[in-house]
Design a protein around this ligand. Structure first.
Ligand SMILES: Nc1ncnc2c1ncn2[C@@H]1O[C@H](COP(=O)(O)OP(=O)(O)OP(=O)(O)O)[C@@H](O)[C@H]1O
Ligand SMILES: [Mg+2]
Length: 444
């Protein structure tokens, strides 16, 4: 077993909010919710759901079980490690509880319990759960999981007294987490809890304001208000020509990137991005649709167009549609440009582009005619939404894809910077359960 020792800092606890405490102690003897089989915490981003779930799940599992298996699940192993395993190690360190973390086999031993890590990234992910008998599960960002994984996970928790702890940001009102779990909370013996940013006492007013400013439209409703609302109509309804369209003039750009959506039948788009005074400008666009022009172009022809489009500028990387294998190979072969395969999570990408637009950190030169046209025709696919899936209609989405690739791969959301700003130093401790301390009375 690899037991690479890495010093883990103890988690710096700040006081828990009332909502977090309810989640922390709901299973304690004397709580009116002690017999619930599942807890679902949904709501706003950064509202303290994950931390409260981890603390509650750990205390509950260590108090009630020894020698049992538990499930830790996230959309990907990477996001699970970042959002759950990292804080979990810090929390255990702060509590002075020893653990063994097997990084290569993805499990953690705490006391006599084993906590296995699983990704729930696709329909086949559930296979890995088969055969396991678990006494409980922690599912982070469960609205991103396929339904069969969630069903399988619930089925695996068959040990007497097992519980499942889930949290997520809301999605479509037709999403199975909403229709099958939250809406059926009573009949399925689920404790449903809704969080907003005020339920995380560690966020300053300034930071909360900043998060609120970052989102608009359906994203504001989901990620700030924490509501399960339908995405409908225009996707980037925060795009405003008055705010985002600027004159095509010379600027002393500090660095350049090109993002590319590649099509053989469909259009191929190159977008040239330049950074100037902390904002990103779409300097120029290249847009070629073989179908419209009646003639397809070959990869070498596109490469020649790319070189011409870039001109003398020093481009840091070409961020490109990961499925454009032949074109990626050609650019690499020529050796002139660095290629970065784009992160292609559609919803995350749209959310990030929307945040950058809302913050007016993306601006567009007025010569980028096709990009503007797409902004006004890029809409949600209503049929997919009825099935609980949020997807754009895949027509006239080439510049939109290229914007998404750039933002999600190069800019992203700099969580570390935000977090740094959020947390002042200070130590706290978990308060003892209000249920066990107060004679008989339920506090919440
Ligand atoms: N009691 C606490 N003490 C210290 N930090 C806290 C506490 N509760 C939450 N935080 C911090 O606040 C931030 C947001 O909390 P958390 O990750 O639990 O939110 P979330 O609701 O899961 O957000 P998201 O929906 O974005 O995943 C984290 O960095 C977390 O460490
Ligand atoms: Mg979370």
């Amino acid at each position: 077993m690899s037991r690479r020792k890495k010093t883990v800092k103890g988690f710096r606890f700040q006081p828990f909010s009332l909502k977090q405490k309810k989640l922390l102690f709901f299973w304690e003897k004397g709580s009116p919710f002690a017999d619930r089989d599942i807890i679902i915490a949904d709501g706003a981003i950064r509202s303290g759901k994950t931390i409260a779930c981890i603390c509650s799940f750990l205390r509950w599992s260590l108090k009630h079980f020894s020698g049992e298996n538990f499930i830790l699940s996230g959309k990907t192993i990477g996001s699970l490690k970042k959002n759950v395993i990292g804080p979990m190690q810090q929390i255990l360190t702060a509590w002075g509880i020893k653990y063994e973390y097997n990084r290569s086999e993805n499990f953690i031993i705490i006391g006599d319990n084993t906590y296995y890590m699983y990704d729930a990234s696709n329909e086949a992910s559930q296979d890995k759960l088969q055969g396991l008998t678990a006494a409980g599960a922690l599912a982070d960002e469960v609205a991103l999981f396929p339904q069969n994984f969630v069903d399988q996970m619930i089925g695996r928790c068959s040990v007497d007294g097992a519980k499942i702890f889930m949290n997520c940001n809301p999605g479509s009102p037709y999403h199975f987490v909403k229709t099958e779990l939250i809406d059926k909370a009573k009949e399925k013996n689920i404790l449903y809890m809704h969080f907003d940013m005020d339920d995380n006492l560690s966020l300053s007013q300034k930071v909360k304001q900043r998060f609120r400013r970052m989102f608009s439209g359906v994203f504001f409703k989901r990620y700030i208000l924490g509501l399960w609302v339908q995405a409908e109509g225009i996707i980037y309804d925060m795009f405003d020509e008055i705010k985002h369209k600027v004159k095509t003039i010379e600027r002393a750009y500090k660095e350049f990137y090109v993002s590319c959506d590649y099509g053989t039948q469909n259009a191929t788009v190159f977008l040239l991005w330049g950074q100037f005074e902390g904002k990103w400008y779409l300097v120029d666009e290249y847009y070629y649709s073989g179908r419209d022009k009646g003639k397809q172009k070959s990869d070498p022809e596109y490469y020649k167009d790319l070189e011409e489009f870039v001109g003398e500028r020093k481009v840091k990387a070409i961020v490109i549609d990961p499925s454009a294998a032949s074109f990626i190979a050609l650019i690499r072969e020529k050796g002139k440009f660095t290629v970065r395969k784009a992160k292609n999570d559609v919803l995350e990408g749209i959310r990030n582009v929307a945040a950058y637009l809302t913050d007016e950190l993306l601006l567009f030169n007025d010569n980028c005619y096709n990009t503007f046209k797409e902004f006004f025709s890029y809409i949600w696919d209503e049929k997919a939404i009825q099935r609980g899936e949020d997807k754009p209609v895949k027509i006239m989405d080439h510049a939109m894809d290229a914007i998404r690739y750039f933002v999600n791969t190069i800019l992203q959301f700099n969580q570390a910077a935000y977090e740094k700003e959020i947390y002042s130093k200070g130590k706290g401790v978990i308060k003892p359960s209000p249920y066990t301390n107060k004679k008989g009375g339920a506090v919440f």
